[in-house]
Design a protein around this ligand. Structure first.
Ligand code: TXA
Ligand code: MG
Length: 348
């Protein structure tokens, strides 16, 4: 299959002027698959009402059919057609955080979306992205778009056009070429089918941020526990590069890492830790300082792609942040990428 490429970077704020916007709309209407940028990661979109289209998403990604998709909407009113249970609390959270990087799981109202999109569950995940291009596409095509991350199942989520192209060219109808995704990690998934709510997947909208709007609204289980997944998708091996990679904890202070022959080994650390990396090793900056979580979120997936692409890198160590409200999401992704392989700095 030929995969069309639409470079819309010059039309970011005026997508309706883009000469091929109607071609994009037609392909969505005909049940095609189009990857599009969002602020979290690129998504692989299709008409969420069209069973054949949604079936093709699962096929193109090689995704297990029991792993439900997130439905992306332009306007809160769009939810009426296919969800129930929208309490005042949930509406308040939506008003506060949407458009933005959080998905809400709500009870599904049957009959509007195709069955396959919810993987046979009685609930449905919904999100209103804030990315100017993703948002304009939703407005223009005027339909709910089912969109998982636009990667092959088991590969890191794509945050650039190149990542999408490398995984899916030849398998989908087109890719909308935008800039690198601002956020870099997938949205927070908040299960609102019961109260207190549960974080099914941690993201940049944290427990503390949600509870600052609705106090005590989130059950107190640890969201890092990837052995007992709430979101069906959390049970599959995910985000993993082929290059062996381990988390290094307790890289405290300025004590240099032992000076053996580290050629072919990459150390992925904050720039502020550069001075402890031995000369023979390959240094990859994760972010500016140990407190720069936003930077680390933004860079993590591109780095996971990079260590596989650079043939000189045979193994890698990545900086383990201390777990707190704002590091839960990145540590959850790192735990998956490393298959929960953690060592302490002194063991190096
Ligand atoms: O940031 C994002 O959320 C991106 C962009 C494209 O919006 N999308 C994304 O989708 O990450 P995906 O399909 O890669 O991840 C969706 C996650 C999976 O872990 C899935 O199991 C969970 O959400 N999920 C979806 N619907 C669910 C439901 N009804 N109940 C529980 N978990 C659900
Ligand atoms: Mg995904």
């Amino acid at each position: 299959m030929e995969t069309k490429i639409w470079d819309v970077r010059d039309y970011k704020n005026q997508l309706s002027d883009y000469p091929y916007i109607n071609e994009i709309k037609d392909i969505f209407e005909q049940g095609g698959l189009i990857a599009l940028p969002t602020e979290t990661v690129y998504g692989l979109g299709a008409d969420a009402r069209n069973d054949e289209a949604v079936k093709k998403i699962f096929e193109a990604k090689g995704r297990p059919s029991d792993n439900p998709l997130i439905v992306h909407i332009y306007d809160i009113n769009d939810l009426k057609a296919f969800t129930t249970g929208l309490t005042e609390d949930i509406k308040l959270l939506m008003k506060h955080f949407w458009p933005g990087p959080i998905s809400f799981i709500l009870p599904l109202k049957e009959g509007y979306l195709c069955k396959r999109v919810s993987g046979g569950l009685a609930s449905i995940a919904v999100r209103m992205p804030s990315h100017p291009i993703g948002r304009e596409i939703l407005r223009y095509v005027d339909m709910p778009i089912a969109a998982p991350s636009a990667n092959l199942s088991g590969r890191p989520s794509p945050t650039t056009f190149d990542h999408v192209f490398n995984d899916l060219a030849g398998r989908i109808d087109g890719i909308i070429h935008g800039d690198q995704s601002e956020e870099g990690l997938e949205s927070t998934v908040l299960d609102c089918t019961q109260f207190p709510f549960r974080i099914a997947r941690p993201g940049s909208i944290t427990k503390t941020m949600i509870e600052s709007i609705i106090p005590n609204s989130i059950a107190t289980e640890t969201t890092l526990n990837i052995e007992q997944p709430i979101a069906p998708g959390m049970k599959y091996k995910h985000y993993a590069p082929d290059t062996p990679i381990q988390i290094v904890e307790e890289l405290n202070g300025d004590t240099p890492i032992s000076n053996k022959d580290w050629s072919h080994t990459a150390f992925i650390l904050p720039k502020s830790k550069r001075n402890i990396v031995p000369k023979t090793a390959i240094f990859i900056p994760l972010c500016e300082t140990e407190d720069d979580i936003k930077g680390a979120n933004h860079n993590l997936y591109p780095i996971l792609h990079q260590i596989d692409e650079e043939t000189t890198i045979e193994n890698a160590y990545i900086y383990g942040f201390q777990i707190n409200d704002s590091t839960t999401a990145i540590m959850n992704r790192m735990m998956k990428a490393t298959n929960q392989s953690i060592i302490k700095g002194e063991q190096l």
